[in-house]
Unconditional design. Structure first.
Length: 137
């Protein structure tokens, strides 16, 4: 709901940039995990990540669907969903392979690598949204 409100007032670029930055901050917080980290210490990251995604994805979808002819919107919507699901599956497999380990220390090291990779990807997405013209503004 916040993404729709923000997109209506500022265009798609702002929620995509803010969403990438907020999600990246959440992943950055998770990069500090240790073998004795409590759930309450993880909670801020786990709250920020979906907030960032929730701002970004609706604005991105709006931008993509508004850039094509209305007669092709169903096809483009299906393509977008397929790409998102494929990316998600590849991400889960790749990040899961990095987190794999026998000892808690190995798992924590893998989570740290994954968190920093996610920070880089979220930051890249925010930078692309900032640089690309025609994002509804």
């Amino acid at each position: 709901m916040a993404s729709g409100w923000m997109t209506g007032r500022t265009g798609s670029r702002t929620p995509m940039i803010l969403g990438g930055l907020i999600g990246g901050l959440g992943y950055g917080l998770l990069s500090r995990l240790g073998t004795r980290t409590t759930f309450m210490e993880m909670l801020p990251g786990f709250i920020l990540i979906p907030l960032g995604i929730g701002l970004t994805v609706p604005a991105m979808t709006t931008t993509i669907l508004s850039s094509v002819d209305q007669t092709r919107s169903g096809t483009v919507s299906a393509l977008l969903n397929a790409a998102r699901q494929t990316g998600g599956a590849i991400g889960v497999a790749a990040f899961g392979a990095l987190v794999n380990g026998d000892a808690p220390g190995q798992i924590v090291n893998g989570v740290t690598i994954v968190a920093w990779a996610a920070v880089a990807l979220a930051g890249t997405a925010a930078a692309v949204a900032f640089r690309v013209s025609g994002t509804g503004d």
